[in-house]
Every structure is written in C-alpha cells, then in structure tokens.
Ligand binder design. Structure first.
Ligand SMILES: Cc1ncc(C[n+]2csc(CCOP(=O)(O)OP(=O)(O)O)c2C)c(N)n1
Ligand SMILES: [Mg+2]
Length: 658
C-alpha cells in the first residue's frame, strides 16, 4: 500500500537520486556501452534541477514556454534518460533497457526529435554549451517582444566542454550580451577520458568566467542536491549576468573506481554494480524501480509544474491575434518564409556582385520578418548581411535583429543552431574559406535538420589579393559532402534570387549560399526559377551539341564567353549552369539526361576541388577544376594563372571536344 504524499519534507530525496543512479548504471550494463562516471557523479545536479527548478510538463514535453535543458556533456545520456523516465516523460522502462540499441528512442547520445524531453542533440563536446547561448538569445528577444514567453536555459557540462574553445567563444559573447537567464551547471570532477585533468587543464574556471562577465557560484559538495538547488535559486535571482555554478563532484561516486578516469566511459563490472547498490541501500536487481520513489519524484514535480502548460495556453489566447499567430510560428514546424511582394531592383548598368544582390534580398526579407535574426563574425561589411533597419541585438536592445558575433565563427554556428531550436529561421555569415571554423556546428545543424541559412561570401580564388589563406578551394567539396545540407553557388543576381527563394521556400534542413565578391553582369540566360532543380541549360545549340560545359558561380561568365567565341569557329556547345550540384543529382533520370545527354562529352569548369564533380564526370581529363591552393594577386591575374580566364578556357574546351 502506497502512502499518499502530503509534504515534500517527508520525502527522502537522496533515494530518488540513487534510483536515477541505479537505472543509469543498469542501462549501461545492459547496453555494454556508455559512461557510468557522470551518471554516478552528476545525478544530484540533474535531480536538483528537474525536481526543484526546471519548468516543464512531462505530458507536453514540447510545450513552448518550458525551460530548456541542454546536456552538453552528451555522454551523460543515460543520466538524462533515467531522469526523464522517472520524471514521467513518455519513456518506458523498456526504452531504458534498449539504451544504445538499434532504433531505440534512447540513442547513444541525446538526439532532439527522438527522445521526448531532449531539447538539443549533443555529443561533440562544447557544442551544447554554445547552442544554449543561442537559445538564451532567442528567449531574451521573445520575452521582450511577447512578454508571455519567459524561461531559463540550463546546461549541464563537464570539464571537456570547458576545455573546448567553442565554450570560451560562446561564454564571452553570453557575458557581453548579459544573458542572465542562462545558467550552466558545471560538473567539475577534475577527471576526463584519459585521466586527471591536472595534465591538461589548469585554468581557474571561476576567474575565467568572471572575467567574461559571468556570475560564478561554487558548490563544494556536489553530492548535496540541497546546496546545488540553493545555488540555482541564487543564479535565477541574478538579473544582470549569466551564471556558472561550479559543482565539485566525484566521478563514479560510490564505485570502487570513484574519482578515476577508469569509471568515465566503460560499463561497470557486476561486482562493482552490486557494491554501489549496496552502498546506496538498493537491492541488486537490474532495472528495479520503486513505485514509491517514482511517485515521490512526480509529486515534487507536479506541485511545481502541473499548472504551467494550461497557464501558458490560456495566456496565449489573450495575446493580440497578430502576436498569437507569430508565436505559433515559433511553436510550429512550418518554417517557410514567403517572398511577399518582393521586387528586385537591378542596377541600371545590370552589373552587380552576387553578395550585393544577397544584401538586397536579405534586407527586404528580414527587416519586417519577426522570425528571422542573424549576424556575422565581424564580417558584416564584406558579407553584406547587415540589416539596415533591423537594430543591433544587445542588452539594451533585445529586439535587435543584427547579432554582432565578433570573431567567433564556431560559436556563431552553434548559436545559430540554438536560435533555430527555439523556432527562428536564422542566418549567419562569414567568408567561405572560414566556413571550416564553424563546420562542426554545420554538421549538428544537418543532423538536427535545422533550416539555417549560411551566407558565405568570397567564394573562390577570385578573392584575389588576400591570397591562399582566404581563397577557398576545398570548402565547396566539404559542404557538398555533408548529408542533408544544401549548397548553392549562384552565378549572378537572377540565381541569387532563385537560391534564396528555394532556401526560404523549404521548411527544414540547412543551406549555404556561396557568393562571389566581384561585380558580375546580370545574365539574360540565367533563370531564378530554375535554380531549385540544381542545374539547367542556360545556352543551347540548334543541332546536336558537340559537347556540354557545366559551370557554377563566377566561372559561368567565362565559360559563356569562351563558348560564344568557339561558336564563331563552328563549335556547337551547350552550357549548363549548376548552382547546386546536390539538387541536380537528386532530379529524375529523365531530367538529368535532358540536361546532360548520354553520349555527349561533358566538361566541368569550377575553380574548386575536382572531387565534388567526380559524381558527374568520370574522366578527370574533362574536369577544369582546382586541386591546389591559390595565390595572392589581382583576381583577374589569379584566374589567369590557374587557367580560368576565357581565353585559356576556350583553348582547353576546344582541345577537349575536338
Ligand atoms: C569534441 C569531442 N571530442 C572528444 C569527445 C570524446 N569524449 C567524450 S567524453 C570525453 C571526456 C570528457 O571529460 P569530462 O567532460 O570531464 O567528462 P567526465 O569524464 O567528467 O564525465 C571525451 C574526450 C567528444 N565527445 N567530443
Ligand atoms: Mg570531468
């Protein structure tokens, strides 16, 4: 017979924490894989948060005004799943038994959209921390705008997250922006995968975060949920700064291996599990859950949280209709952005750099759009992504649409993911050659299916004088190889508009638009509405073509010049613009063959790695591409040095098709 609970004081909360520990180590044992150290060490921290602070509703895991929780130490997935299960989320004991097994809802590391209650995919250390900064930026703006949205963003991170540079970048920005609703619980156990951190990590973390504008609180006994809870209460009361709570804990608490790296990432031995359970006063039966303990945990949560969902939905009914519709966009899955009444104004001379066309489109689309926010990594000027009447995001202006990321590309990438997870349609920008600096975040965006937009300008050796460090060569290949990632490289204004229309017209998955910095003629033969197919014929022949030349971006202009000259000597060459190779490859065979007929020789011209094009062209002879670094010099001369000027192209094409 279960006694009805009438008072929290009667509950032995350490029993709940130990129940979480038992489940976590059982899951890892059953999977024969996982990380027991953090389960045993950080259980009091996650418990303090879920029991006494986190605003959530297990029956409505996605309810919009919930506090967000990011398990940045993604290897602590078993700890998270065990907590979510016990807290009453729709996760069964069977799901816990299937931890890390194929097609389970309890994968190796937390994945958003798979497990109810998981707010962010984590695993690559540091990413979660920085993503949470994006969530906190979004919350600050939404709170200012709509008032009824107001929540905290919590992170649980370990030594590894704070060793990663991205956490430094993100913390620096969070402190500058005074994101006081961001609270990080740092599981400080002095141990990482390979051993004690004394070999690797000497920073005074408290001082580091204080210097970055954070409020820092120390909890000396990480086994005390009461002390941790008190620290969280204190953190919430700070209205000026984000808070880092350094919780001194023992990795693998209660294990025979406690305090050592051996308990970090391998399943515990049977006798150790018995030893731990005995110490905690639990019976040594795998996956045994005490109904009493489960009820007690849920009682504590429901006392605090069970009105929250209804309250928010009632508040939502009372806001003005326009705001309600907007909030519903943030809450929903349809992220399409319409190009309402957009009319492009071409310059009189019909010459414009693609990045300038991009500036016009972005300004028109973003300035009056509440769902869009974005920025640059100290490159608003060259990227041309500044929204003129958008305002600058800051502590003083939470409504600002322009985020000055500073020179922090990696954090910018992860923050963009956080904005997206909060329902925004965000964009960010830098030079294409520096896209490598945010690559790990692009990968996470692809994995989470986030509809982010990346504006990468200075897209080839035509950067010119800045030289090979700034001239991307292999970046297009890298981006094209990312699953679920759309890469556009438009040739002129028409294709820039077509790229943006395609990008904003879809509701999910990230896209990059790679743009030349140089002024280029707006062509008569390019078509905005063909871009979505990835590749199309821009210039055809009356008779059967002698060959087809495929090109993208700036090089298309040189190809057209070369081919038109070859016409005068009687060569009939079809020209295909391929602003998006990935999309073209996904078209049906009929379309692909109509553009690239079988039995006709094809040549590719792109000042970038040949490897992306091996999917279309099997004989390297026909690839006029660039598999080496560029060089510093005026861009036309650089093009010439590598054979991309119209005269040399003409010679090569003639030679190849003869
Ligand atoms: C970017 C990245 N590099 C490496 C790893 C592999 N890895 C997972 S956990 C871990 C050690 C992390 O140490 P800490 O955060 O202190 O966790 P603890 O050992 O205390 O649980 C490492 C190196 C990873 N997940 N992500
Ligand atoms: Mg550690």
């Amino acid at each position: 017979m279960i006694n009805p609970i009438t008072d929290i004081k009667e509950i032995n909360q350490n029993r709940i924490i130990n129940q979480i520990r038992c489940l976590g180590i059982d899951m890892i044992h059953e999977a024969n894989s996982g990380h027991p150290g953090i389960v045993l060490g950080a259980a009091p921290a996650i418990y303090a948060l879920y029991a006494h602070h986190l605003k959530f509703d297990p029956e409505h895991p996605d309810y919009y005004n919930r506090d967000r929780f990011v398990m940045s130490a993604g290897h602590g997935s078993a700890l998270l799943y065990a907590t979510l299960f016990l807290a009453g989320f729709p996760i069964s004991l069977e799901d816990l038994k299937n931890f890390r097994k194929l097609d389970s809802i309890t994968p190796g590391h937390p994945e958003v959209g798979i497990t109810p209650g998981v707010d962010c995919t984590t695993g690559p250390l540091g990413q979660g921390f920085a993503t949470a900064v994006g969530m906190a930026i979004a919350e600050a703006q939404l709170r200012e705008k709509y008032k009824i949205i107001d929540h905290y963003t919590y992170v649980l991170c370990g030594d590894g997250d704070l060793m990663e540079g991205i956490s430094y970048e993100a913390a620096s920005l969070a402190g500058t922006l005074k994101l006081n609703r961001l609270i990080v619980l740092y599981d400080s156990n002095n141990v990482c995968l390979d051993g004690n951190v004394k070999q690797t990590f000497h920073d005074n973390i408290g001082m580091r975060f204080i210097s970055q504008g954070w409020n820092v609180i120390s909890v000396e006994d990480g086994n005390s949920y009461e002390l941790i809870s008190k620290a969280i209460t204190e953190a919430k009361a700070n209205t000026e700064k984000p808070t880092l709570i350094e919780i001194k804990s023992t990795i693998g608490k209660y294990s025979k291996l406690e305090g050592t790296h051996e308990v970090h990432g391998s399943p515990l031995k049977d006798d150790d599990i018995s030893f731990i359970k005995e110490k905690m006063g639990f019976r040594d039966i795998p996956f045994q859950v005490s109904q009493n303990i489960s009820d007690e945990f849920r009682y504590i949560i429901s006392e605090r949280c069970n009105h929250l969902y209804d309250q928010f939905m009632e508040q939502l009914l009372k806001v003005p209709a326009v705001d309600k519709a907007e909030i519903e966009f943030f809450m929903g899955n349809d992220k399409k952005i319409e190009f309402k009444n957009y009319i492009y104004e071409a310059p009189e001379d019909h010459i414009e750099s693609p990045r300038d066309t991009s500036r016009k489109v972005l300004n028109a689309v973003v300035s009056n759009n509440p769902f869009m926010i974005g920025g640059a990594a100290d490159t608003f000027g060259p990227n041309k992504t500044y929204i003129v009447d958008g305002g600058d995001f800051s502590k003083e202006n939470r409504l600002g649409k322009n985020i000055f990321y500073g020179v922090r590309e990696h954090a910018m990438g992860a923050i963009t993911n956080g904005l997206s997870l909060m329902g925004y349609r965000p964009y960010c920008s830098t030079f294409l050659s520096f896209s490598d600096y945010l690559k790990p975040a692009l990968r996470m965006a692809s994995l989470m299916n986030l509809a982010n937009v990346y504006v990468f300008t200075h897209d080839s050796i035509s950067v010119g004088e800045d030289g090979p460090t700034h001239q991307p060569v292999e970046q297009l290949l890298g981006l094209r190889s990312l699953p679920n990632f759309d890469v556009f490289r438009p040739a002129d204004a028409n294709e820039v508009i077509g790229s943006y229309k395609t990008i904003f017209g879809k509701s999910s998955s990230p896209a990059a638009i790679c743009l030349s910095r140089n002024k280029l003629p707006i062509l008569d033969c390019t078509k905005a509405n063909e871009v979505e197919k990835g590749g199309y014929i821009v210039q055809d022949t009356v008779e059967k073509p002698d060959g087809v030349v495929i090109s993208s971006g700036e090089e298309l202009h040189f190809v057209l010049e070369a081919v038109n000259h070859l016409k005068t000597v009687g060569m009939n060459i079809r020209v295909v613009s391929m602003p998006n190779l990935g999309r073209f490859l996904k078209q049906n065979d009929e379309y692909k063959e109509s553009v690239l007929p079988i039995g006709v020789r094809k040549i590719v011209v792109e000042a970038s790695s040949s490897m992306s094009w091996n999917q279309l062209i099997f004989n390297d002879k026909y690839l006029i591409t660039l598999d080496q670094f560029g060089t510093s010099g005026p861009y036309k001369e650089v093009y010439k040095k590598y054979g991309f000027d119209p005269v040399q192209l003409e010679e090569k094409i003639e030679e190849l098709l003869k």
